[in-house]
Design a protein around this ligand. Sequence first.
Ligand SMILES: Cc1ncc(COP(=O)(O)O)c(C=O)c1O
Length: 377
Amino acid sequence: MLSRSDIGPAYARNAAPFLHGPEIEAMTAALMAGQYGHHTETEQFEAELAAFLGVPDVVAVSRCTAALHLALLAAGIGRGDDVVVPAQTFCATVHAIRAVGAVPRFADVDPHTQCVTADTVAAAITDDTRAVLPVHYGGRAVDLRALAPELAEHRITVVEDAAHAFGSRHRDGRLVGTTGALTCFSFGPIKTITSIEGGAIVPRDRREAERLRTLRLLGIRAKQAERIRSTDYLVDGTGLPYHLSAVHAAVGRVQLRHHHIVAERRVTLWRAYARALVDIDNVELIDVDIDYTIPFNAVVRVPDRDVVFARMKEAGIGVGVHYPPNHTQPAFRRWTRHRPLPATEATASELLSLPFHPAMTEHDVTTVTSTLTAILS
Ligand SMILES: Cc1ncc(COP(=O)(O)O)c(C=O)c1O
């Protein structure tokens, strides 16, 4: 078996999202063992995720979109309910709300972090609000503690979209996923750790964990090991095929073991961007609270974003946009009781995601920022 010191340098150089020998070996071993679907490998990944976070249980699923859908179902959110959510998120967050028949109620964001705040969430709550779905944009932990008494009084559930925030901490030191909310992670291809595709939910208690396990496996109750031994299984509720395959779980397990290497690299790169961008006029780096965060991306606000985007592409720099806001998307407009979202609307057309992945070097960061400087001047 490879030791950490054998693998470490490879991760530091190439790092996730690219897969290395150890992941390929783990996938091969799962395939050779005939583990194609949900299997004991999945259950081991769940136990290791729970140990990493320091929580009693974690339920692995096929994607974060599935995690969000199941979390809302498990919390009893459905038709006629309002769910408060930022318009500034990936459309998957809003699709999960629509999938349970609830109505997205868009909240504004802080323009400097692109995250909701206790104030913007409070302003969006209605008498029909049954859940609040904050998104830890860029990996930054959203702190809604100021709202906790109001949420508790009105029995409003908090479901966290932590697709970007695996390994990030709140300012009191607690890891995202350990503060008592139903928390959903993504292990998609460009996430801090990847299982190629995958996700996980941190349930609030044992009953909820059981319900989520049944929901994610077509309503079937029983562990894989028990199913193999038995001639029967029990379908005692609704459910969807949202389980995580053993092959994906095998990749996730290897990635989890190297999380610290990739995390350090992401923090180093983000800090390099912060240093390089500080002197460029009219460019603001979206703040991720770097002392507590494992950053998912490096996003700037720039003037004439579409022109800068095109010029950066022409220069061979792989920029992107996270995200075109959802409240104006045709798919969601009709479900939205629209309200003004001044910060979202003022900043959405300025957002530009700079290249950000752990395989980059600090020299790459300098290339990106000097190209941006040249274009802006
Ligand atoms: C904020 C956010 N939520 C949800 C998702 C959906 O995650 P998945 O691709 O694992 O379904 C993503 C994916 O990138 C995301 O960025």
